[in-house]
Ligand binder design. Structure first.
Ligand SMILES: *Cc1c(COP(=O)(O)O)cnc(C)c1O
Length: 430
């Protein structure tokens, strides 16, 4: 689509980044199941390798189907560019890679996806990076945690499982004052419910595995750059502001301006880390995004109905859903997440661990899986699965106590989901 008028979200989710295929006229974006692209001549090849001309060289770097997805997600998030990669976890490493070096740290929210906590607290140490975890509602603690070696602040917009939503603007202001970027994992909210760049985020990361694809078919990730951060304002980001030895001394920020991070992500990140998204995955995700707004509306509508029903039920102790008026985060939702608080929440079952296990076993429509953001409704009892290795205190702190189950509400009929929960709660609490 051309840079004409500003289109609405529903139009952009179908058209952004795409046009009829120039080779065949195919209206839908073809799956370019291709690895290499012929150079017109030696000069063309040299220009491509020098990044003087944009084009396709080899699919570890860029692929025509993946490129459409990159432009689509960048547009929906209000960014200037995006880099897709093989999973959400790959996106997190790819986002930190140009910013960090040995000895550097990231200040991260304590309320993160469990896999991210492990990646940040353990695995990144192998690169000489560390993470400092802080409660991002305590802005003084965030400020105190930032030191001379901090290169980013990292949070999730809507963070499961505790029904928590982040005040992105407040956190962005703290990061800004320290001259470092705020990275927001927007997986659970999607750009339909929240556009972190509008609230001051520099980078947005996604697990496209979840709502963007929407049906549990492929893993993928994406990093979107706002294009607004001045990488040359201080000497903290030499990969972007100084001559990059990994790309024969190219100065990315000076050469590419607001697209510096995106170009570095492709020319150095994907080239050397190789966490590439495959064109089949990009195709499934493009298909999913075409209906993102419709699905998110239904996910939210169902989640609101079901959370309200559970909250009134005697067999349930409490429900942590930011969309409920009883939630401590309800005002924050009204301010920053006007279209709703997503479709992930936890609830506590009377009878504790045993009742939760019985509930999960008795459900018929809900599937017991370690995933979220699927069209179908999902449930997990964290204490007996994903959080099994943790102590009871750690489980409690993670919002995954033995008496709690997490649901990812799908887009089925809400009445059917309520009936399923009703019959299973009866068996669980008998
Ligand atoms: C799933 C998830 C991830 C990790 O994504 P993968 O695609 O599984 O690698 C990161 N953050 C959040 C919020 C997630 O839900």
């Amino acid at each position: 689509m051309s840079d004409g008028p500003t289109y609405g979200f529903d139009t952009l989710q179908i058209h952004a980044g795409a046009r009829p295929d120039p080779a065949t006229g195919a209206r839908q974006t073809p799956i370019y199941q291709t690895t290499a692209y012929v150079f017109r001549d030696a000069d063309h090849a040299a220009a491509l390798f020098n990044l003087q001309e944009v084009g396709y060289i080899y699919s570890r770097l860029t692929n025509p189907t993946v490129a459409v997805l990159q432009e689509r997600v960048a547009t929906l998030e209000g960014g200037v560019g995006a880099v897709c990669c093989s999973s959400g976890h790959a996106a997190q490493i790819m986002a930190l890679f140009p910013l960090m070096g040995p000895g550097c740290n990231v200040v991260a929210s304590t309320r993160l996806y469990g896999g991210t906590v492990t990646q940040f607290s353990q695995t990144i140490k192998r690169f000489g990076w560390t993470a400092k975890f802080v409660d991002t509602d305590d802005l003084d603690a965030v400020k105190a945690a930032i030191d001379d070696d901090t290169r980013a602040v990292f949070c999730e917009s809507i963070a499961n499982p505790g029904g928590y939503v982040t005040d992105i603007r407040a956190l962005a202001d703290v990061a800004d004052a320290a001259g470092i970027p705020l990275i927001v994992d927007n997986t659970s909210a999607t750009p339909y419910l929240c556009r972190p760049i509008e609230h001051g985020a520099t980078l947005v990361v996604h697990s496209t595995t979840k709502y963007l694809t929407g049906n549990g078919t492929v893993t993928g990730g994406c990093i979107v750059d706002s294009g607004k951060f001045d990488w040359s304002a201080n000497d903290k980001f030499p990969s972007l502001s100084a001559p990059e030895p990994a790309y024969h001394g190219l100065k990315f920020h000076e050469t590419f301006g607001p697209l510096a991070f995106t170009f570095h992500g492709i020319a150095v990140g994907l080239r050397d880390l190789g966490m590439t998204m495959n064109p089949q995955a990009a195709h499934y995700t493009l298909m999913g995004i075409e209906t993102l707004s419709l699905r998110m509306q239904r996910h939210v509508e169902n989640a609101e109905k079901i959370a309200a029903w559970l909250e009134k039920d005697d067999r349930v102790d409490y429900v942590t859903y930011a969309g409920l008026p009883s939630s401590p985060y309800h005002d924050r939702v009204k301010k920053h997440y006007r279209r709703g608080a997503g479709a992930l929440f936890t609830f506590a079952v009377k009878g504790g661990y045993d009742s939760c296990v019985k509930l999960v076993n008795a459900l018929e429509i809900f599937s017991h899986v370690a995933n979220l953001g699927d069209a179908r409704s999902l449930i997990i009892h964290s204490a007996s699965t994903t959080h099994r290795q943790l102590t009871p205190e750690q489980q409690e702190a993670a919002g995954a106590g033995p008496n709690v189950v997490r649901v990812s509400i799908g887009i089925e009929d809400a009445d059917d989901l309520i009936a399923d929960l009703d019959q299973a709660l009866s068996k669980a609490c008998a």
